[in-house]
Design a protein around this ligand. Structure first.
Ligand code: AMP
Ligand code: MG
Length: 331
């Protein structure tokens, strides 16, 4: 399949119409969102959604988020919009937050992987909303990477994984956030974070009064409620290790350099002789983490050492992704 590559700008109405028509016709279109690039299909067409699982190599028990362009489009996807979900939606949409709500009959089993709930997001990125509006249907979209790889935050990275497999890629520049959305379960009495993201627990607590973190994320004896959280994810090609302290980072990098290895380092400071990916703040790291990992792959490093960050606020989401990237290798 020849994958079309379209650049987006303010004046891309024609492109959105063509891309929307492809979605309606059951084809896959990758598009920018403020979190990461999404791999979109008509969310009401089971055969189209099935193509997402094939293109990504995604496990079939991992449900997919439906993306909408306007808040009232949530009503047809759920049977019961709770006051909790409504308040969260009004507070954080459009934005990097996904709500898990009871699903209505129009949502198919293939989207929810058989669950009786559906995950819905109203993205902050204007290009994403224009595509959804042009398609005229909710767009089912996971991240546009091959399953297990770091999520793409540029259209070129989508091309690395999806060229020849999908109908089109829309290039809207680099993603503003860089980490996937915060997934919140709204079906209980308290909002429960199933996947940490840019909307932090502190931000949710401020609006809702209380918030919990899914116990499956912190207790390895319990299964995470978001099926996707149990898989290895975001893995660069090189072996990656997370270092708890700067001392450990220096020792590991020095030892690897002494063995004549090509060493990638993700830290707020560079280490001599290494391929350094430095950042200035947690926001900057969240924004560039996946880009760094893909860039270190392109540089063909042998091993990657990343410095751990404090696990609260945005640091919780960053550490959640980095722990998965390194397959749990924390030194
Ligand atoms: P992604 O594949 O990056 O789009 O991530 C979507 C995340 O949301 C995955 O971890 C899914 O398992 C999770 N998810 C999607 N739908 C549901 C649902 N109905 N209930 C719980 N988690 C969900
Ligand atoms: Mg993903």
């Amino acid at each position: 399949m020849q994958t079309k590559f379209w650049n987006l700008s303010e004046n891309s109405d024609d492109v959105f119409q063509q891309a929307g028509a492809l979605i309606r016709a059951g084809k896959l279109v990758a598009f920018p969102t403020e979190t990461v690039y999404g791999l979109g299909a008509n969310g009401l067409d089971s055969e189209a959604v099935a193509k997402i699982y094939v293109a990504k190599g995604r496990p079939s028990d991992n449900p997919i988020i439906l993306h909408i362009a306007k808040l009232d489009e949530l009503n047809s996807l759920t049977i019961n919009l709770s006051p909790m979900a409504k308040k969260l939606a009004e507070s954080f949409w459009p934005g990097p937050m996904t709500l898990v709500v009871p699903r209505s009959k129009i949502v198919s089993d293939i989207v929810t992987a058989g669950l009786d709930t559906v995950a819905v997001r109203l993205p902050g990125n204007e290009y994403a909303r224009k595509l959804i509006a042009a398609a005229g249907v909710p767009i089912a979209a996971p991240s546009a990477n091959i399953s297990g790889r770091p999520s793409p935050t540029t259209a070129v990275e989508v091309k690395e994984d999806m060229d020849g497999k999908i109908a089109a890629i829309l290039d809207g520049g680099a993603c503003e956030e860089g980490l996937e959305s915060t997934v919140i379960d709204t079906t209980g009495t308290v909002p429960v974070v199933l996947r940490p993201g840019g909307i932090t627990q502190e931000m949710i607590k401020q609006v809702m009064g209380n918030v919990e973190l899914d116990k499956g994320l912190v207790d390895s004896n319990r299964t995470p409620k978001a099926p996707g959280m149990k898989y290895k994810h975001y893995a660069p090609k090189a072996a990656m290790h997370l270092c708890r302290t700067e001392e450990i980072l220096y020792i590991c990098a020095g030892t690897a350099l002494a063995k004549a290895l090509k060493v990638g380092v993700v830290a707020p400071f560079p280490i001599g002789g290494c391929v350094n990916k430095t950042y200035t703040s947690l926001e900057d790291l969240a924004n560039k983490l996946f880009y760094f990992l893909r860039d270190l792959d392109r540089a063909k490093v042998d091993v990657i050492y990343a410095l751990a960050v404090p696990e609260w606020g945005l640091g919780l989401a960053i550490m959640n992704r980095m722990k998965k990237s390194c397959g749990g290798s924390i030194l």
